[in-house]
Ligand binder design. Structure first.
Ligand SMILES: Nc1nc2c(ncn2[C@@H]2O[C@H](COP(=O)(O)OP(=O)(O)OP(=O)(O)O)[C@@H](O)[C@H]2O)c(=O)[nH]1
Ligand SMILES: [Zn+2]
Length: 233
């Protein structure tokens, strides 16, 4: 594909990063269909470069919706949305934001399960980019180290702050805990409402989605039952 540049509100973007076909690239407008699975330089961009790009695209979305960007309430919205994406709701896409975990030697000889329940989180569905709101319950059995309690919440928040599906969120939390705690004995249980199911589409307000992961001793009935009993209510 030959090099082309498309003008996007004074922001020049190398079209090869989008891998658009020539037909898809209009002379002075942004193509509506993007074939590439990834923007190749996404991991090289600084946060402020990402904010500028998203701001510019979001401005196009608002203009396309017929909104008046001279309105003082709307004028700052493209920048607000872009900052919110990068600094808040999708900050978990940046590996630099992975939480530092505080690990302590298990000098106490505590080898029962530890349950951290009702970890509230907000995520966003990767299919519709609308919120997922839920609670995560985590348990683990130490293999020699214990983790600072708040770090369990932080690990949930880190993975929640990405465009997600609940199955992946569940597995990412579980595998991260198994890695840092050096144990298979980890359980993760998520109960969440997807606004793409409740507020649009099928519009079922009552539905929530449960996913779970049981590793190591949590695959045994008695251990799993103890965990499930402790998160009830
Ligand atoms: N497995 C799974 N599906 C999800 C999750 N979040 C949203 N979805 C579903 O993703 C699917 C996307 O289906 P599509 O048919 O492409 O989208 P749509 O036309 O908007 O579908 P409706 O939501 O049924 O109106 C929907 O069924 C959503 O309910 C999730 O975390 N896990
Ligand atoms: Zn969705």
């Amino acid at each position: 594909m030959k090099q082309k540049e498309i003008s996007l509100n004074s922001l020049l973007i190398d079209s090869d990063h989008f891998l658009l076909t020539d037909e898809e690239i209009g002379d002075n407008h942004v193509a509506t269909s993007i074939e590439t699975p990834m923007r190749e330089d996404a991991f090289d961009l600084s946060d402020s470069e990402k904010i500028a790009i998203i701001e510019s695209h979001f401005r196009e979305i608002m203009l396309t919706l017929g909104l008046d960007l001279t309105d003082d309430s709307l004028r700052g919205t493209p920048k607000r949305v872009a900052k919110m994406y990068i600094e808040e709701i999708f900050s978990g896409l940046n590996p630099a934001n992975e939480p530092k975990v505080a690990l302590f030697e298990n000098k106490y000889g505590y080898y029962e399960m530890l349950v951290e329940k009702n970890i509230s989180f907000y995520s966003n569905c990767e299919h519709h980019f609308v919120p997922i709101v839920g609670k995560t319950h985590i348990a683990y059995i130490s293999s020699g180290q214990v983790i600072g309690l708040s770090k369990l919440n932080r690990i949930v928040q880190y993975y929640a702050k990405r465009p997600q599906v609940q199955e992946r969120l569940t597995m990412q939390i579980a595998k991260h805990l198994q890695r840092v705690l050096k144990t298979d004995h980890v359980a993760v249980f998520i109960d969440a409402k997807h606004l793409c199911v409740s507020s649009r589409g099928v519009k079922d307000e009552a539905t929530s989605t449960i996913t779970s992961y049981y590793g190591g001793k949590f695959q045994e009935d008695a251990t799993r039952r103890e965990f499930l009993q402790s998160i009830q209510g």
